[in-house]
Design a protein around this ligand. Structure first.
Ligand SMILES: [Zn+2]
Ligand SMILES: [Zn+2]
Length: 358
């Protein structure tokens, strides 16, 4: 099998695994043939793996995913450091060899420091922790929409009336203002006061990945052009000379620069995955609807579908009235338009500071 074919098979297997993971709870995967295969595999694992080992793995996953710990932060640091080391060791020598007059370090260094700063703010900044001291202030920021957030709803753990758009994080054991989600990588919540930093961190990380991918490809192309790899010929097993194919060149580059080719391939997938996540969070900013609210809205949705079904059985006028009512109920009360939403995310700390008590 040719090298390029092996790469394509790995790529397809990767996307298949990612797809199966993300849609594992969908009806088709849960109940269909994939669901049956998963059930058989999990049953086989249960029989083959000793229960004590299963418990150790289960406890470890509970610790990593559902407690506050520094493991993912350390893992993130190691991965970023390893990526940067490969860039310095493998990419920069090629770039400076073939393009010695250009500066290849200024932009990535500026971006790396910006990214580090935003990461620090995401990890150590206050996401908007609600305490009895600042409760009244946070209660004044947003009105209750009477759908996702109702007045006088108390947090069972914190024992106070939850401000609109807040949520109790069970991992950090605290209520957070304008809660988006608990981030494992930063070991902190993403809330009203640090959501802007989180988006900026994602954007700088995206830039880092795209830049790394770009200079990785560029250095490989420069090497290929300098050595005229595409113009060379290779001898086949029966002694004939033939022109090299892209597959052979790729295989040669992999043998010559294994780390470099590996990181360029990894960055390609990372750009897709991180890109989806970044676009999602940019959309969260532009629409001013947090991840937590998206889940809540999805839970409320069946009521509207049922109402629509109900209305379709009635006269058209009645149906229209019902539908209008439904649209109103799922409307986002906190949407202030694109500019207003950007301001609400990136200047939220000053908005909270300016709040006057009722
Ligand atoms: Zn948390
Ligand atoms: Zn709470």
């Amino acid at each position: 099998m040719e090298f390029l074919q092996i790469v394509i098979i790995y790529v397809l297997l990767f996307f298949l695994s990612v797809g199966l993971y993300f849609y594992r709870d969908s009806a088709i995967l849960r109940t269909g043939i994939v669901g049956k295969i998963c059930t058989i595999i999990s049953s086989a694992i249960r029989i083959a793996v000793p229960k004590s080992l299963t418990m150790v793995l289960y406890n470890a996953s509970q610790y990593f995913l559902y407690t506050r710990n520094q493991c993912m932060k350390v893992l993130f640091g190691v991965l970023v450091l390893a990526g940067n080391i490969i860039c310095i060791m493998d990419m920069l020598p090629l770039l400076y060899k073939y393009l010695p007059d250009q500066n290849h370090t200024l932009i990535p260094i500026i971006n790396a420091f910006a990214s580090l700063y935003f990461f620090h703010k995401c990890c150590n900044g206050d996401p908007g922790e609600i305490t009895p001291l600042n409760l009244e202030k946070y209660q004044s920021v947003y009105p209750y929409d009477e759908r996702m957030y109702v007045p006088n709803a108390k947090c069972r753990t914190c024992k106070f009336v939850k401000p609109a758009r807040s949520k109790h994080c069970s991992i950090c054991n605290r209520c957070v203002h304008r809660f988006d989600h608990h981030c494992l990588w930063t070991n902190n919540d993403v809330g009203g006061l640090n959501h802007g930093y989180f988006v900026l961190f994602l954007l700088t990380m995206m830039f880092k990945c795209i830049w790394g991918f770009y200079i990785g490809i560029k250095s490989l192309v420069l090497y290929t052009q300098y050595h005229r790899l595409l113009e060379t010929q290779v001898m086949t097993s029966n002694g004939e000379m033939k022109q090299v194919t892209y597959s052979i060149v790729l295989q040669h580059l992999f043998m010559q620069f294994p780390r470099l080719v590996f990181i360029v391939t990894s960055l390609f997938f990372l750009i897709i995955l991180l890109g989806i996540f970044t676009i999602y969070h940019v959309n969260v900013v532009l629409t001013n609807r947090t991840t937590n609210e998206r889940y809540k809205a999805a839970e409320l949705e069946p009521i509207n579908i049922d109402s629509k079904r109900l209305s379709s059985n009635k006269s058209k006028l009645q149906a229209g009235m019902k539908l209008n009512k439904n649209i109103k109920t799922v409307e986002n009360l906190y949407d202030k338009g694109i500019i207003g939403n950007i301001y609400d995310t990136f200047w939220h700390r000053s908005i909270v500071k300016k709040i006057k008590f009722r």
